[in-house]
Write a protein of this length. Structure first.
Length: 648
């Protein structure tokens, strides 16, 4: 209950005064019984509440979810073999046991808190229409070939051909577009599913879709999320990429979002897809779609794209060893062979325009040129699974697509290959990743959406560790001993996703960093601060500091731990022990190299101790031998949204 001295209702004041032996007229104003503030404060001086939780207004819960899951309503997922619907996806995410697409019983160790079924914008409803034997589709060679392949057990081949055909703009006549019955029915059912399984306070089912720009096989996808309800979302249909109604240019998507927000009354948010398959197009620094970047581009992108998907099943896109040669943890679960359909091989010059760390630091440079930072985004993870199953635990991984659902063969099978250029990705290279973590006031559409919009989020590669990150000017080592770090953090600074500006004279930014292990998972290795800044020559720079390490290790003068954490993994049994590492880490860290004249950003990377990868679990369960070079262990990790510093 609030302190009596803070009440404003006259009746409460009178009752309190009487109870304490004070005459009521002494705390009344002359006009109509309104409390006199000065007299009230004199009679009842304010005291801090005994309860440290009284009057707490900041987010106290972190919610874990997936903003990027496909079902049979996506044309490629259906061809791959997905038969689960949006309703099945929500049931599974809420914690129910269901049967997978291959008939295997599957259940999460813990329910998720929220989910976005994000089926592809283009061709929504195509797969059900094709497999119903639609005469118009089957009258064309493409449609007949795909239909026969899928019915003949060659769905993966059909799916890859569909992806390549779509990238070339060569889809058959009758391909569902907005306004057609098949398309409308699929969108309406998507909305109904979210409405049926949304339960404020327990589980949030967002309405959304994935805008599927894929010209030339270069992935520029965005996941679109509605803050509002089904009645609002039903007033529009998803924006597509194929002409004449659609466009593959993100600027046209942002224009559609502005229209849709005005028409529906629901706010919208766009989350850029992991950029490692865009072949250098996701984060341009000079021009996009033949047009030079300008202030309008920067402002519009910053308005709509508040978050970036830094990790998912098709790789983790934080950074790359060629971009960060001094980062020993850079080569983590990366896909760097080509674009989405493997028609064009990767070139080193593409990498700075695909990875989050480079984009974040390049954004600081662009801010100086354009007046706005177009890449001031927060970080999340999600699955991009095409199975309807948001099952991203290493010991419970149900694959990227249906052919990668658990089987003895998935350790040695090919996921995708282009025989013409020799590019190939194996099934074992898909990752069991990831989840979005959101600090929100409640488990509702509105609260989680608002938290995503303010970027108070972090990504995990599948773990559910709890991470806090605050920046300010006055955090001190004693703050790391406080058992309510968020209380200190919000009082003395700003949370992840926020900004600092105009450093006080003689001060450098200080940060309160804290992480608590996943209760079902591994101990923690370390908390790292990743800093990006613009130097005096206008060039983007980066550096990594170890802010907190486990196991009694020390941090050297170079800001790095003097020894690795160790490794307890037993591959034969796919197990590990928590005899190394720490269950929690917390520290106050001060930037030792701060220049108040230079814009900068800081984010956390939190690493667990080594644990078995899903490939190790498969080898132990099925008793088969992985291929040479197969990754068998990993260090699960989290990436927070940055805190930015601006000198102006």
């Amino acid at each position: 209950m609030k302190s009596i001295a803070r009440h404003t209702l006259a009746s409460c004041v009178v009752a309190a005064a009487a109870a304490l032996g004070a005459a009521a007229p002494e705390v009344r104003a002359a006009d109509a019984g309104t409390p006199d503030k000065a007299a009230l404060q004199k009679a009842f001086p304010a005291k801090p509440p005994y309860s440290p939780y009284a009057d707490r207004s900041y987010p106290t819960q972190v919610f874990f979810g997936d903003t990027h899951l496909h079902t049979a309503f996506s044309m490629d997922a259906g061809a791959f073999g997905a038969r689960l619907t949006p309703r099945d996806a929500y049931r599974f995410a809420r914690g129910e046991q269901i049967n997978s697409n291959t008939g295997q019983p599957v259940k999460l160790s813990r329910p998720l808190d929220f989910l976005v079924v994000a089926d592809h914008s283009d061709g929504m409803g195509f797969f059900p229409l094709l497999m119903s034997g639609d005469p118009e589709l089957l009258a064309q060679p493409q449609g007949r070939r795909w239909y026969d392949q899928i019915r003949g057990g060659q769905g993966a081949e059909a799916a890859l051909d569909i992806i390549r055909s779509f990238g070339r703009g060569e889809m058959p006549k009758g391909f569902p577009q907005p306004g057609t019955p098949a398309y409308r029915n699929a969108w309406v059912e998507t909305i109904k599913a979210a409405e049926a399984y949304n339960e404020p306070g327990r589980f949030t089912a967002f309405i959304g879709y994935e805008w599927t720009s894929n010209t030339g096989g270069n992935n520029l996808h965005r996941n679109i999320i509605f803050r509002g309800n089904g009645t609002q979302a039903a007033l529009v249909e998803p924006f597509t990429t194929l002409p004449p109604a659609g466009s593959d240019n993100p600027e046209q998507l942002w224009s559609w979002m502005a229209m849709a927000q005005a028409k529906t009354g629901s706010e919208l948010l766009a989350i850029a897809h992991n950029g490692n398959l865009s072949n250098g197009l996701m984060f341009p620094t000079v021009e996009a779609f033949g047009k030079k970047l300008d202030g309008t581009y920067a402002r519009t992108r910053a308005q709509w794209e508040r978050l970036y998907e830094v990790t998912q099943t098709k790789g983790t896109g934080e950074t790359h060893p060629l971009l960060s040669p001094n980062d020993e943890f850079a080569a983590f679960e990366i896909w760097d062979k080509g674009n989405l359909d493997l028609t064009v091989a990767k070139k080193p010059e593409m990498l700075p325009h695909e990875y989050a760390r480079a984009a974040l630091t390049n954004g600081l440079v662009l801010q100086g040129q354009l007046g706005t930072n177009p890449y001031q985004f927060g970080l999340i993870g999600s699955s991009d699974a095409h199975t309807g199953l948001a099952a991203m635990g290493e010991d419970n991984f149900f694959g990227k697509t249906v052919p990668q659902e658990p089987s003895p063969e998935r350790l040695t099978k090919v996921f995708a290959a282009n025989m013409a250029n020799g590019l190939k990705i194996m099934d074992w290279e898909t990752g069991a990743s990831g989840y979005a973590a959101v600090w929100a006031a409640a488990n509702t559409r509105e609260a989680i959406f608002d938290a995503m919009k303010r970027r108070e989020t972090y990504a995990t590669t599948g773990s559910r560790m709890i991470v806090r990150f605050f920046g300010g000017w006055d955090f001190a080592p004693a703050d790391a001993a406080h058992r309510l770090p968020a209380q200190v953090g919000y009082t003395k600074g700003v949370p992840m996703g926020a900004e600092l500006s105009r450093a006080p004279n003689g001060k450098a930014p200080t940060f309160l960093v804290a992480a608590l292990k996943d209760p079902y998972g591994a101990n923690l290795d370390r908390i790292q601060v990743v800093k990006g800044w613009v130097d005096k020559d206008g060039k983007a720079q980066e550096r990594i500091y170890d802010a907190a390490v486990s196991g009694g290790r020390t941090i050297g003068a170079d800001g790095r731990a003097r020894a690795p954490v160790g490794n307890t993994v037993d591959l034969a049994s796919a197990s590990w022990t928590n005899t190394i590492g720490a269950p929690e880490l917390i520290a106050a860290w001060k930037d030792p190299d701060f220049d108040p004249r230079r814009p900068a950003l800081y984010y956390l990377r939190v690493l667990e101790i080594p644990t078995p990868r899903w490939t190790a679990y498969d080898a132990a369960r099925f008793g088969n031998q992985p291929l040479p070079g197969t990754t068998m262990t990993l260090q699960e990790r989290a990436y927070t949204s940055p805190i930015w510093y601006s000198p102006s």
